[in-house]
Design a protein around this ligand. Structure first.
Ligand SMILES: Cc1cc2nc3c(=O)[nH]c(=O)nc-3n(C[C@H](O)[C@H](O)[C@H](O)COP(=O)(O)O)c2cc1C
Length: 397
């Protein structure tokens, strides 16, 4: 009995679900789990596309063995991406199938040596190179820095299936169905954006380069390494990715505040009231101390307006707000409207750092800037409402 899931003739999903890991990359929470998708092509040659994270190898092996025709072995393993959530089983796979040839590019080969000491039986491919498997034919496209240097995609010509690596992938284990027409796409879409904005977003320019390269390739099914297989409407995820990587945003405002005793929170609430007065419907408020950074980054990636407010802590920005500001800078976000406010009791410090951040950012500033001493005065509150109203105008323009 086949333990894999058929995608199309001769191509199968042999991935696994991970419901145990709390933090992906030891950073990103996985409330819905995550899948490590791997694929198998059975033709005259038998080919695996990527593996799975090490602890899940036996499940992966069971699946591939269930699909392996009698008398055949695994001829090739294509490695589209070397991050260990996909490459973690390569060494044991090689032990199970010593004759398997590993296909990658020159950078993949370097990493195979550095991670796993594997240096023999490698096939190094170049951009656009093809490999016949019998009826099927693979084409390898180099798509570097989406989001590692060795990342590439593999396209199967006869079926129009593209194995895209982490591109188009997202968090969320596959709960029964694996295809976009079998699952609740909305349930996964937020998690695709959270994956994109936190992990891939910094490399948006390289995503756009990959799109350029794939122009004219007739993509019928997208098989990413995480999340659903897009067979019903691949254009949907392509369009989202295109928009996100061009940093095109939606009308709406994200409000993030850091407050220990509620004074800065009052300012945030006044800004939010101003946004509502100005007609903004999509408002996302995050308490920096309780929302995980990855959800905040996701929302900031999506919406046009961003307002940051922070109390002062030991002469500086409130520590978790500092982390957020660093994360935003690291993602090289542009094309947004930014408003800021702060609070202090003696020396100040938070607002100064927010001013520096906003000044360096490639985003348009929206005023006024408000700084409250301890508790906001009535005048401070009025100016916070004014900031909200100005931000509303800015995101609607
Ligand atoms: C542990 C701690 C450290 C602080 N450090 C500073 C500081 O270095 N400079 C300053 O002006 N205010 C400092 N403050 C005061 C707060 O920034 C100020 O009271 C602010 O209004 C608190 O806002 P909140 O009620 O939103 O937490 C500190 C407060 C705390 C509790």
């Amino acid at each position: 009995m086949s333990l894999g899931i058929k995608i199309t003739d001769g191509i199968h999903w042999i991935g696994v679900n991970d419901f145990e890991t709390h933090l992906f990359e030891a950073l990103w929470p996985l409330p819905k789990g995550v899948s490590y998708n791997a694929y198998m092509i059975v033709d005259e040659k038998v080919v695996l596309i990527d593996t799975v994270k090490g602890p899940y190898f036996s499940t992966y092996l069971d699946k591939l063995k269930s699909l392996l025709p009698v008398g055949k072995t695994v001829d090739y393993l294509v490695v589209n991406h070397m991050e260990p959530d996909h490459s973690g089983s390569i060494k044991v796979l090689r032990e199970a199938f010593p004759e398997v040839k590993i296909i990658g590019n020159q950078k993949t080969a370097d990493m195979l040596g550095a991670f796993y000491g594997l240096t023999d039986n490698l096939v190094v491919v170049r951009d656009g190179e093809e490999l016949s498997l019998g009826e099927k034919r693979l084409v390898f496209y180099m798509t570097p820095m989406v989001h590692w240097p060795e990342t590439m995609m593999t396209y199967e010509k006869s079926t129009g299936v593209i194995f895209s690596g982490d591109a188009f992938g997202g968090f969320g284990a596959l709960n029964g169905g694996i295809f976009d027409d079998e699952v609740d796409v909305d349930y996964y879409e937020d998690e695709v954006l959270r994956y994109f904005s936190n992990i891939v977003g910094r490399y948006s320019a390289m995503v756009q380069k990959a799109f350029e390269k794939l122009k004219g390739v007739d993509i019928k099914i997208i098989c990413a390494t995480h999340g659903p297989v897009w067979r019903n409407d691949p254009a949907h995820i392509i369009n989202l990715y295109d928009r996100w990587s061009k940093q095109q945003t939606e009308e709406g405002v994200v409000l993030v505040y850091g407050s220990m005793y509620g004074n800065t929170q009052k300012m945030m609430e006044a800004v939010a009231a101003g946004l509502v007065k100005g007609g903004v419907e999509k408002i996302r408020v995050h308490n920096i101390s309780t929302s995980h950074l990855s959800f905040i980054i996701r929302d900031i990636w999506r919406f046009k307006g961003l307002v940051l407010g922070s109390c002062t802590y030991n002469m500086e920005l409130f520590p978790p707000m500092k982390q957020l500001v660093n994360a935003i800078e690291n993602r090289m976000m542009v094309n947004r409207k930014i408003g800021i406010f702060g609070s202090y009791t003696w020396s100040g410090g938070a607002l100064k750092e927010l001013q520096e951040f906003a000044g360096k950012s490639k985003c348009e500033r929206v005023g006024p800037v408000i700084e409250a001493k301890s508790s906001p005065t009535a005048e401070d509150i009025d100016r916070c409402v004014e900031l909200g109203m100005n931000m509303a105008k800015a995101v609607k323009s």
